[in-house]
Design a protein around this ligand. Structure first.
Ligand code: WT7
Length: 659
């Protein structure tokens, strides 16, 4: 049973408030008067507002006349009779004025640097798009991209967009099992990978994982594997199936006419975890998504032509889609891409990159900040961070302590911080301050953006208006960058996001409260999804991986607070035969490695506890709330009398807590 958000008391009382710095306001794109005007316009005429935005921000090959099609609600469709191309809107539109402007400033983990102009990026995208066409990829085909954080990842995404193919980027930190599941669900025709990427001082063997994922009968849809040379390591190439990127593209022209697609044509799938079942293929549409990514890049990051924008997210996550590959490029910005880990060769790497490339806007995750904060103020103090003018945070609630450190040490008390709440499903930032218009408070993502109708409701769907009262965070009106469906599973789309309040609101799955000023404070997930280092992990996936081990009969996974990761994975495991006792460290290690091998290192459990049974209700449901309380060492408040096996509670507490 998920925690009812109505019952969550907000313990956090934060009184500090930081108005936008004067120096910032003087040059901002949107001051408070401009923001007010946008809000008024959007609340007076929701569709008129979005139509004007779509009209002004995007170049349409065929103009739309329909703004929103609600016939099949909550399967909403935006700008349905319009046609455009996303890659054209991010690249071609800049060639005349910004052709020689740097689009991507790339730094590899070993220290190699590349500067790619808009003209060069356009040429590379066209070449690769032509190559994909030559491989038989046509509009609507799915292409899986499994690459390190190198410019070719962005090239591959835009090449797909250019020809109307649907990309599905799989994070390079996922292992073969997760990769296989995503390739199979998407039915991908082509997989794009590399001979390896540099991460944490070693080489991640991406091609080997692809080979393992599509071994034997697995992934029958895959016809070709394109391999980028990055690490220079020797990799076995399967004749007929595998092709080198450089050989493939050499023969192709640097011109490729964009394929005009309908506004609703799917741009990408991105798999994300839910609490139950397989990962969900979140499907985004072309025009609405791009509109959200572009507008929010301009609004929330206050982008100007001379900015150097660094979002540290990997393209394997939605943040890397919206604020690396699409949003800032559509706005004509210069972006920084870094391939590797923040601690290579030492913990100053992020700040050194900011100094070297003159980063002006820096956007990262609280987990990274907490890790860097722990190492002290002296490390960032060694670098010149004076060019930075704006800081951002995303992925999980940022604790006020980390916020203040970010403000003081990285922002040198000069830079506004934008704490941005959104999700893979929302496509773009939903709740965040506009840095030149909204005062910030440490730990709050502040106010919904214009055109976003957020609210907090109780279990009956009534709006909760009392200050600081918690409830479900919902969005009441459709917005253009919203997900369209779950790939090949519209029923799951309806059940996961709409059923709870009879299709009246989009249910985000987070609980939140609002303070006296109307500011939103996100309290966390209502479902069983974990946030480990800002990455969404489904309990179900980890449980399935554990149960796939020959020694394991049953498993239940919960999250436990962790200083740096936010949450860590805590697994209760029932073994086949007798419960392991005595020194179990070898088996624990084996199971931890097993999960990492199957799913990727981010899913590796920190704790494993063996038990004879799992606590279940008489109807057979695992009592996760109880397991969570035990894992966190909290008192058990729930009624254990409904347990099938109440005696199990003592054993769950583990040997270390048993007296
Ligand atoms: C979940 C979505 C947003 C892109 C990256 C993560 C949590 C996200 C914040 C924030 C508090 C946040 C929510 C949300 N979350 N941003 N600023 N403050 N919580 O996307 O993997 O789809 O995860 O991340 O719980 O539902 P995602």
């Amino acid at each position: 049973m998920p925690v009812k958000p109505d019952n969550i008391e907000s313990a956090l009382q934060e009184a500090r408030s930081f108005p936008p710095p004067e120096g910032f306001v003087a040059h901002t794109r949107l001051d408070s008067a401009a923001l007010e005007a946008l809000r008024r316009e959007a609340s007076a005429d929701h569709l008129g507002f979005w139509a004007r935005m779509a009209w002004e921000q995007l170049q349409w090959q065929r103009p739309f006349t329909v703004v929103l099609d609600e016939a099949d609600a909550p399967n909403y469709r935006w700008f349905t009779d319009g046609q455009l191309n996303v890659s054209h809107n991010c690249l071609d539109v800049h060639l005349a004025q910004r052709g020689d402007k740097v689009a991507i400033l790339f730094e590899g983990e070993p220290g190699d640097v590349r500067r790619i102009t808009y003209r060069e990026l356009h040429a590379e995208v066209c070449r690769f798009a032509n190559a994909l066409v030559a491989l038989g990829v046509t509009a609507g085909d799915r292409v899986v991209i499994y690459l390190p954080m190198v410019p070719e990842a962005v090239v591959a995404m835009h090449a797909c967009a250019r020809i109307g193919a649907v990309h599905s980027v799989v994070f390079g930190g996922f292992a073969h099992h997760s990769l296989r599941e995503r390739i199979e669900d998407a039915g991908a025709k082509v997989v794009i990978t590399a001979d390896g990427g540099h991460r944490g001082g070693s080489v991640v063997e991406l091609k080997a994982a692809v080979d393992k994922a599509i071994d034997g009968d697995a992934c029958p849809s895959v016809q070709r594997v394109v391999v980028l040379r990055r690490s220079g390591r020797a990799v076995p190439m399967v004749p007929e199936r595998d092709l080198w990127w450089h050989e493939l593209t050499a023969a192709h022209s640097a011109e490729c006419a964009p394929v005009w697609v309908d506004a609703e044509h799917p741009l990408f799938l991105l798999y994300t975890s839910g609490s139950t079942g397989k990962p969900k293929g979140i499907q985004h549409a072309s025009a609405g998504y791009l509109l959200g990514a572009k507008l929010t890049s301009q609004w929330v990051f206050d982008l100007r032509d001379d900015d150097v924008f660094w979002c540290t997210a990997d393209v394997g996550w939605v943040t890397g889609h919206s604020y690396v590959a699409y949003g800032p490029l559509s706005a004509g910005a210069t972006i920084v891409m870094y391939e590797g880990a923040p601690t290579i060769p030492d913990a100053g790497r992020f700040w050194k990159i900011c100094q070297t490339h003159g980063v002006t806007i820096f956007y990262t995750a609280p987990t990274a900040l907490r890790a860097l904060m722990k190492l002290g103020d002296e490390i960032p103090a060694r670098y010149d961070l004076s060019k930075i003018r704006l800081l951002g945070s995303v992925g999980e609630p940022i604790n006020p302590e980390a916020w203040m450190w970010y403000h003081r040490v990285i922002g040198q008390q000069r830079c506004p911080i934008v704490d941005t709440w959104w999700q893979t499903e929302t496509g773009a930032i939903m709740i965040a301050p506009l840095p030149g218009a909204v005062a910030t408070k440490p730990g709050s993502c502040t106010l919904p953006l214009p055109g976003i109708d957020a609210a907090i409701v109780n279990d009956n769907g009534d709006e909760v208006t009392a200050p600081d009262a918690g409830g479900y965070l919902v969005i009441r009106k459709p917005w253009p960058s919203m997900l369209r469906t779950i790939w090949r599973n519209n029923d799951r789309y309806l059940a996961a996001y709409w059923e709870k309040f009879q299709n009246r609101f989009y249910v985000a799955g987070d609980s939140a409260h609002r303070d006296r000023d109307g500011y939103y404070w996100i309290m966390g997930r209502i479902d069983d999804v974990l946030k480990v280092s800002g990455h969404r992990l489904g309990t179900m996936e980890i449980e399935s991986a554990l149960v796939a081990h020959p020694r394991v009969a049953e498993a239940a996974v919960v999250g436990r607070q962790h200083d740096i990761k936010g949450e860590s994975v805590f697994a209760y495991v029932v073994c086949k035969g007798a419960r392991p006792t005595g020194d179990t460290s070898a088996l624990v290690q084996e199971l931890r490695d097993w999960v990492a091998e199957q799913l990727g290192p981010i899913a590796r459990p920190d704790d494993i506890r063996f038990t004879d049974n799992l606590p279940k209700t008489r109807s057979g449901k695992i009592m996760r709330r109880l397991l969570r309380a035990v894992a966190r060492g909290e008192p058990i408040t729930q009624d254990v009398s409904t347990l099938e096996n109440p005696a199990i509670v003592e054993q769950l507490r583990g040997p270390d807590t048993q007296s």
